[in-house]
Ligand binder design. Sequence first.
Ligand SMILES: Nc1nc2c(ncn2[C@@H]2O[C@H](COP(=O)(O)OP(=O)(O)OP(=O)(O)O)[C@@H](O)[C@H]2O)c(=O)[nH]1
Ligand SMILES: [Mg+2]
Length: 457
Amino acid sequence: MGILRVKTTECRVGVVGLYNAGKTVLLTSLINHLQDHDADRFPLGGPATRVRKFTTLPPDPGWEAFNYTGCRDALVHGGRWPAKTRDRAQYACQFERSDWTFSDCLLKLYDLPGERIADAAMLGRSFAEWSEHILSVIANDTAYRHACHPFLTELAGTEIKDDVLLRAYRLSLANLILGFKPLVSPSTFLLDVNGQPARPDTPETLADTRFAGLAADAQFCPLPAALRAARPELVALFEARYAEYVERVVRPAVQALKSCTALVVLIDVTMLLAGGVGMYDDNRLILRDLLDVLAPGEHPVFGPIARGLSKVFLPHQLRPGWITRLAFVAPKLDLVHPTDRDRMLGLMRRMVSRYADNRDGLTFDFFNLASVVSTKVLPAEDGNRFLVGVPLRDADGKKLPPGPEQRFAVSGLPDDWPNDWSAGAYSFPEVYPRMPVRKDYPPEQVNLDRLATFVID
Ligand SMILES: Nc1nc2c(ncn2[C@@H]2O[C@H](COP(=O)(O)OP(=O)(O)OP(=O)(O)O)[C@@H](O)[C@H]2O)c(=O)[nH]1
Ligand SMILES: [Mg+2]
């Protein structure tokens, strides 16, 4: 630490979003840009800011280290995107900024598998309350009701057997997965505690090979009020399993996010448009649950004055933490034609700004960004939009080996969300990443520097 740098400012940044939203790629690119900082390519705070003395630190006890080297290596040498995240991870580093005279920066970044945010509603809810919450989602949404038909049929029966009920719930969760519905809770059905994701298979095989809980003998499912009243022993059993699940899977991740100073919420507008109106509704619902649990905004007891004072006087490890900055991010900007990039931002704003507007003591902003620009742009022709990149999948969605660059068409973006649209109405083909091979040359990005300026405060 420099002689004038008498204190350390700790910034803890949580990145959340549905699976495949682009969290791990965003963190990989961000770390690369900070570690090998080039003020011309990544202006942080201002054009002249230099990042110096960057050191990686071990993660906090109880946290896996974020596999930065592996992720960057996959991008550069494998020419592949990083593998999906299987467990929660933290990356910690310390550096000096030339625009911060008296303080250096301790930055902690948190990455979670997207599946886990479907469980956020469990925190602070009893088993009975969680049951009501899930059952009301199923009751009020045609697609959920349809997928959960096996479970609802079993619940309507006169003699309910525990293992038959659990299997019917698992079958319903499998239908949700296969219907691309993200509210799969307990999320270990989709990604188990050992990090094994569910593989594409028939609903029956998924129901017979996966668990709705921590393990085969620790499963639970929501129970309606009438059944809870009639079967107190089953309620007691599920309550105990639910409590253990919350302690092991949900609380550590949610507590870490709650203690962050800034939260980055990824909303993959391209996926929502491509996925249909149901995907949009689900993402909003999951986000609402998550933000209710994390309750970003000024702390009701300490308030802004105490927070300011604690920043100045307390050593960083004693400083109280809570989320005061919220960044909504539409990733994968490079998959959208430049004529539509402002629309991408507008669509995200319309979808989520109310969630932030309704909270006091919160600074929030919206960013459309590309973590790793992997396409080139061609001029629009007669209203058709074309990009150039190396396609990742064929027309049937099967993965292709890396090949030559190709021109491909992408959908235009609407000015506002349509009232209804079906899956496949919009298309933004995935491409292979374009990464510089030189290890200290970070990828081309758009607006990631603006996001970093906002959250590293
Ligand atoms: N073109 C482009 N594609 C991106 C970008 N960022 C992410 N992607 C695509 O999105 C996919 C998922 O990115 P990840 O960062 O692994 O997603 P995640 O949110 O960490 O997903 P989970 O680990 O499953 O929760 C990648 O495999 C890429 O296909 C980007 O900046 N540009
Ligand atoms: Mg990930």
